[in-house]
Write a protein that binds this ligand. Structure first.
Ligand code: SME
Length: 172
């Protein structure tokens, strides 16, 4: 179980997930509640795979400074690395990682956590901090629990819209 304030944020997200009718409103609430409760989370945002081109991540709702990286090929950046490896990527010092795509000059560390729907990656949550080595094991556990909650929400929303379809949209 995550420690405070992580457990309170998870409870808030679960509460909203029960009433939200679409993923976009859950995403908007999530980036605000996460960034406002964790001051060292300086940029919090979603990148989701483009439904028409799964080789590209598309910027979704975010909290923090605007970024030029609206679309990121899955072969690029720390964001692409999380899709390519299928694992959470933690970068303690972004200045030492040649894959890093700069969003803000102030960013010092980053964590990217894949979101899975039916075992397949659908997108990710990306956090930047102005502090070196900001993200420890508790942050990782917290964000992985958030990612599981988001993946489950997407799946349940799809099931409600199309209960007869499997993960590929085929009628079963
Ligand atoms: N730093 C990311 C790009 C996205 S910004 O952080 C918002 C990367 O290297 O993929």
């Amino acid at each position: 179980m995550p420690k405070p304030p992580f457990c309170e944020i998870i409870s808030e997200l679960k509460r909203l997930a029960e009433s939200a009718t679409d993923f976009s409103s859950l995403q908007k609430f999530a980036v605000d509640v996460i960034a406002q409760n964790l001051p060292y989370y300086d940029w919090v945002g979603f990148y989701m795979l483009d439904p028409d081109d799964s080789s590209v991540l598309v910027l979704g709702p975010y909290h923090g400074a605007p970024t030029d990286h609206l679309r990121i090929p899955v072969t690029k950046g720390i964001c692409g690395a999380a899709v390519a490896t299928g694992e959470t990527v933690v970068i303690d010092d972004v200045t030492t990682d040649p894959r890093y795509l700069a969003c803000s000059l102030e960013t010092r560390s980053e964590i990217v956590v894949p979101i899975r729907v039916n075992q397949k990656i659908a997108g990710e949550i990306d956090i930047d901090s102005h502090t070196v080595s900001a993200f420890g094991p508790d942050d990782r556990r917290f964000l992985e629990e958030c990612a599981t909650l988001f993946g489950r929400f997407i799946q349940e929303t799809r099931d409600k819209l199309s209960p007869q379809a499997d993960d590929n949209g085929l009628t079963i």
